[in-house]
Ligand binder design. Sequence first.
Ligand code: AMP
Ligand code: MN
Ligand code: MN
Ligand code: MN
Length: 301
Amino acid sequence: MYDLHSHSTASDGSLTPTELVRLAHSKGVTNLALTDHDLIDGCSEAGIEAKKLGLNFINGAEISVSWSSQTIHIVGLNLDIQTPELLSGLQRLCEFRDWRAEEIARRLSKKRIEGAYEGAKVFAKGRIMGRTHFARFLLENGYAKDLKQVFKRFLVQGKPGYVPGQWASLEEALGWIQAAGGQAVIAHPARYRLSATRRRQLVGEFRELGGLALEVVSGSHSRDEILHMGQIANQFELHASAGSDYHGPENPYLDMGRLSPLPEVCKPIWEHASWPKPASDQGQTDSENSSLDPCPSALTL
Ligand code: AMP
Ligand code: MN
Ligand code: MN
Ligand code: MN
């Protein structure tokens, strides 16, 4: 079972990388990608725990992109997390996040909400601060009844705590992912407020730049959205990915290990030629090709 989109305390998830991997394993996930926002800090820890449990772990990141005055998320998978180009790109986004966190707090204080920076910081266990941490602070202080309402009242475009993003360009994000030897996926493509025409334009540009897949199955997609995104992926000859976008037990996203299967018409990203073969498959291939094998399977068929 593949889950190729999840978050830990390194960004805005509420489980540590180790806890996340243990949960995934207990829910029957066999291939897990950690895709924290704009950083790869949690991947080493998650990889160590996954190895202990025999779970196949994939280094990933969910990169924030500004495209046509919208924020779009691009998931990078199978990243070489030592790649200087990737690390310096993500560093730039983290620096913008540092400034943005202060700016969110300044804007909230104009609405007489004081102490938001320090308050949000308490919830941020990793290097970055995101809107989720501000949402938790606002929720704790009774500014709304749930996370959804907090975002709607304070943290989305046109609301007091919203600061427009200055993220990577689509070209930069794909360049960093490719430099790191990874595959690029448009995260939760049905979630953006784009007209059908603009969405097709986005998918077309993404493909031109070497993007590989759409996240057809997402914890935030309905059944209809899954089918619709599957059709778009096929029309553009893109592969399909699947990820829960898990943020922790208290978030209103789908649970781990409960994703719908990809629509039959879709080509899974893990069947693309560039997807690394698990170590066990490679072992088998070696022995099949070995001249010591007394009975090659090709002869018995
Ligand atoms: P940021 O990257 O800091 O701008 O924050 C984006 C994150 O906020 C997303 O990855 C979600 O985790 C969270 N988020 C955005 N909108 C909502 C919402 N309506 N309800 C709950 N969480 C949300
Ligand atoms: Mn998030
Ligand atoms: Mn996202
Ligand atoms: Mn996500």
